[in-house]
Write a protein that binds this ligand. Sequence first.
Ligand code: HEC
Ligand SMILES: [Cu+2]
Length: 320
Amino acid sequence: MLAPWPATPMAYLFGDGDMARSISPLLQGLLAIAILVAAIVSALVIVGAWRQRSALALADTPIDDRPAIAWIGIGVGVSTAVLVGLIVWSTVTMATISRPSQTAAFTIAITAHRWWWEATYRSGDTDQNFSTANEIHIPVGAPVRFTLASADLIHSFWVPALGGKTDVIPGQTNVTWLKADHAGSYRGQCSEYCGAQHAHMAFTIVADPPAAFESWRAAQAKPAAIAQDKGALDGEAVFQQRCSKCHAIRGSRADGDRGPDLTHIMSRARLAAGAIPNNAGWLSAWIADPQHIKPGSLMPKLPLSGRELADVRDYLLTLK
Ligand code: HEC
Ligand SMILES: [Cu+2]
């Protein structure tokens, strides 16, 4: 079983899937050329300093006859040729990645929020629609289309190992696609500075084998389990009162949309866009004081008694 949230640093020089396969050689090429240019320039500076004395001896030669002038022409010529070559290479790469190599299997609608990612899966049958947050599953080997909208300001959707960045701009829907050739998890990150918790606006793309993906999708589409024991039932009442303006739980009356949909919260490996692991302890810590974990987060610290906190946590623990 692969870790659903791979650690940083994020790999981008060697990618997986069609889009990354087009981008990686360009990145590697640019890096190699940059290193080469830095090495050549450094060498020339050193040689130039070394030869300063012979240059002084040229003081009487008219400027146009000095050998250095020819080198300026050579330098401009070589740089121009290399830069034009790179422009052509970049343009061809951008044209290649703008469209998936096969038609996309389906679309995931992403809405970027300060500071988390909402992912909505729609299908022909509206009963099967669902929304989740930060942990985005796709089937391995199939290109998936992503529409990108913003609920507030500019963010940027980037999964370095799978492909290029696409900005998420208010008032506009951008489109990109991703494909993973191997099952596994690929870490993503908001890459446009968007305020206090920008660094904690991570997400993960989990590429599942097709059968595992279908069962994940079917499980997510189901409404929430109905609370059974007393603590969880009391917790549901607390939730309706204190949390349901911001959070939805399908199958209950909670239908807020300012925070993540919590219908299957316990199926996710991490909370708060990757900031903390998802288990009973961290869940309590988050509900008790989200501002301590993610200062500035749009979930306020709510005054709950110890009992209410335990009950609401027990209720969330049933949402598998
Ligand atoms: C004013 C709106 C608001 C209220 C009220 C609110 N939340 Fe939140 N909640 C949010 C937002 C926004 C986030 C996303 C925070 C982030 O990741 O930056 C969030 C995140 C969460 C998460 C993490 C979800 C995930 O998938 O990462 C849990 C769990 C949660 N809230 C539980 C609760 C509970 C329980 C209550 C009631 C006691 C509650 N919230 C009340 C807005 C709210
Ligand atoms: Cu952001």
